[in-house]
Ligand binder design. Structure first.
Ligand SMILES: Cc1ncc(COP(=O)(O)O)c(C=O)c1O
Length: 396
């Protein structure tokens, strides 16, 4: 009988309970010395001082700052400008503020999929998306994808002839989590064409402003109404603020607000106003450039370490956006086993590819794949973490 490893037990439990996040708990609890596992910003890059000035100013503005209240109108206008950076022209009345992108996904799942409805996504997908749709118990239809070619659009077109009225297609076109791919022009054009033929697309874009080469506009820039955009300040300002937004047609806003109210009654106006002050000070563009510069260096550092560390026959991506690198090891390596040893013997964490498989549709290569985050660790930690992984791989 094969021995089940702690990482495997955890992953299985995670998959069974549809990722109610014990893995995050496990990773927090066992406190790996070096973590490439989660999508965390670099802690020293969080703008603590500027945010404390912004928070003090909001508090000084009177008790209303701590009261129930409507979403920040000013922030919605600021987001219109941020959307322009992503190539999207929209109105403030189309911006719907949420508690992070995650809440946006969860509200959209309730609104657009409904109980036991249908939804389409790639075979490798952001696990939080699966958590967001799970309460709807939907039929999940998947399309083939990989980190090098991206989603199979021919396969998607074929699937749409078989699957009637899916609630939406979920796509993460820029700096994909977990595959790290940014979609090329042709795939984008074909997706936009599909969206024009009555397929709603939910474009999740938390990494759109963290681009290192090129400047891909959001998918939504080409199709104003049939693509609903999900944005977030988590990766470009601070995840603790829990401020995100949707850009969605105005006629959906009453329903969006009603679903949102059912989960949190009121919106996080304090955080919204702090974000708003920060943006009003003119600091966001500069901060985003600083992050992109720092993350590009960390990406390059990790790529260099991978070239020195991984066994021949491995391949990995060079992401032009986002905060992850996707690695595929050759046979006979196994990423779950590698994680187990990395965690228990070397205090290093990452996530294995199987953690991102929608449904049980594990690819043959999933077990040999891993997602490495490069935004959270310093260069020294990246060097040391990769050195420890190299030791395990050498002794395999
Ligand atoms: C693709 C993707 N969507 C959504 C989220 C959730 O972001 P937020 O912190 O804004 O809820 C994340 C977080 O890592 C993500 O990677």
């Amino acid at each position: 009988m094969t021995q089940t490893t702690p990482a495997e037990i955890c992953l299985a439990r995670w998959a069974r309970s549809i990722r109610t996040s014990p893995l995050q708990t496990m990773l927090t609890k066992c406190r790996p010395a070096i973590s490439f596992a989660l999508g965390l910003p670099g802690p020293e890059l969080l703008p603590a001082e500027q945010l404390s000035v912004a928070a003090a100013a909001v508090l000084a503005s009177g008790p209303g700052a701590l009261q129930y209240g409507p979403p920040s109108e000013e922030l919605r206008h600021q987001i219109v400008e941020i959307m322009r950076w992503r190539g999207v022209e929209c109105k403030a009345s189309e911006v719907f503020l949420t508690s992070g992108a995650q809440q946006g996904l969860s509200i959209l799942a309730k609104l657009l999929i409904g109980p036991r409805g249908r939804v389409v996504c790639e075979k490798y997908v952001y696990t939080g998306f699966l958590q967001a749709i799970e309460p709807m118990m939907p039929e999940v239809h998947t399309i083939e994808t990989d980190a090098w070619s991206g989603p199979d659009i021919d396969g998607l077109e074929a699937l749409l002839t078989r699957v009637a009225d899916p609630g939406f297609l979920y796509i993460n076109a820029t700096g994909h989590n977990p595959l790290s791919l940014t979609l090329g022009g042709e795939a984008r054009i074909r997706l936009v064409k599909l969206s024009a033929r009555a397929l709603t697309i939910v474009e999740d874009d938390p990494y759109g402003l963290l681009q290192y080469e090129g400047d891909s506009a959001a998918l939504k820039s080409a199709s104003p109404s049939s693509i609903i955009y999900v944005g977030s300040f988590s990766k470009i300002l601070s995840p603790a603020l829990r401020v995100g937004w949707l850009v969605a047609p105005e006629h959906l806003h009453t329903a969006l607000a009603s679903i949102k109210e059912g989960s949190d009654i009121n919106t996080g106006t304090f955080s919204q106003r702090v974000a708003c002050r920060f943006i009003a000070s003119g600091g966001l563009r500069e901060h985003v450039s600083k992050l992109a510069c720092a993350y590009r260096r960390r990406r390059d550092f990790m790529l260099d370490a991978l070239a020195r560390t991984l066994p021949s026959g491995s391949r990995w991506t060079t992401p032009s956006a986002g905060i992850f690198i996707w690695v595929e090891l050759p046979e006979p390596y196994d990423a779950v086993e590698l994680l187990d040893r990395a965690l228990s013997e070397h205090g290093v964490a990452f996530l294995p590819g199987v953690a991102f498989c929608a449904k049980d549709s594990a690819h043959e290569s999933a077990r040999r794949s891993l997602r490495l985050n490069f935004s959270h660790c310093t260069e020294d930690q990246i060097e040391e973490g990769m050195r420890r992984i190299a030791v395990i791989l050498r002794d395999w």
